[in-house]
Design a binder for this molecule. Structure first.
Ligand SMILES: Nc1ncnc2c1ncn2[C@@H]1O[C@H](COP(=O)(O)OP(=O)(O)OP(=O)(O)O)[C@@H](O)[C@H]1O
Ligand SMILES: [Mg+2]
Length: 240
């Protein structure tokens, strides 16, 4: 079963067709990157795939379930169990500590108190280098640490897919390297698929595949060998 299968997706704003006949598939556990110039529709697609925005046409299946046309309430519930989202600006709850932020998708479904849920959160926090920070509040953390909390939250429910929109966009070079390294590690474990939108070839090169978006759909896909220079070269070839 594919983690994500988008077929014939269209989305316009007024007369402008941002996505048109957009197809994209991620296999279970696959780590892929989505690149394209500013305004090409990358965030629009992530919002559609997260059920935060509705498509005008097409289907988007997450783990085999089409989310196009779901009500907002159904989409929110589906998202908590099947989709993790990571945004550029972290979007943590400032009044909640690290642990509660990470557990939020489970707490909202009344599952946060189970031993399994607690263990899953603790494991992720350890994995992401946040042990000992459980009781801190987001304002006490660096940008890179906050983004790692957001990544832990995205993964805590073992979703089919994590959708990350420029997760290193607000970080300095060192924190960006750390966060992209951790995404790469989590990606290679292959539990949840990861789709990361990024302008950074270093982040994209961590993925197995890079998809290039142009004129509303994917026009090229390359396999990465971990080399950011290769990704940059393919980018320039696609958009020159
Ligand atoms: N709410 C909106 N109303 C009208 N137009 C919008 C809206 N949101 C996005 N757009 C338009 O849709 C197009 C795609 O936007 P989107 O945010 O998906 O681009 P992007 O590829 O994520 O760009 P960036 O790299 O700058 O983040 C842009 O031309 C944008 O102006
Ligand atoms: Mg964007």
């Amino acid at each position: 079963m594919e983690a994500l299968k988008a077929t014939g997706v269209c989305r316009r704003y007024g007369k402008r067709e941002v996505l048109k006949d957009f197809d994209l598939t991620l296999e279970a556990g696959e780590f892929a990157a989505l690149m394209g110039p500013s305004g090409s529709g990358k965030s629009t697609f992530l919002h559609l795939a997260a059920g935060l925005l509705s498509a005008d046409a097409g289907t988007i299946e997450i783990g085999g379930k089409n989310i196009v046309g779901m009500s907002d309430a159904a989409a929110a519930k589906f998202r908590r169990r099947h989709i993790g989202v990571v945004f550029q600006d972290f979007c943590l709850l400032s009044g909640k500590n690290v642990k509660d932020n990470v557990m939020m998708p489970l707490l909202l479904d009344g599952e946060g108190r189970s031993v399994k849920a607690q263990r899953s959160a603790e494991l992720l926090l350890r994995h992401l280098g946040l042990m000992g920070r459980e009781l801190d509040y987001p304002s006490e953390l660096s940008g890179g640490e906050q983004q790692r909390v957001a990544i832990a939250r995205a993964l805590v429910a073992n979703p089919e897919i994590v959708l990350a929109d420029e997760p290193t966009g607000n970080l300095d070079a060192k924190a960006a390297r750390e966060v992209s390294g951790m995404l790469g590690e989590l990606g290679s474990e292959g539990k949840s698929a990861i789709l990361v939108v990024t302008h950074d070839p270093v982040v994209a090169a961590r993925a197995r595949k890079v998809h290039f978006l142009k004129d509303g759909h994917i026009v090229a896909t390359c396999m990465t060998n971990g080399d950011p220079d290769e990704v940059s070269k393919r980018y320039l070839e696609t958009y020159r």
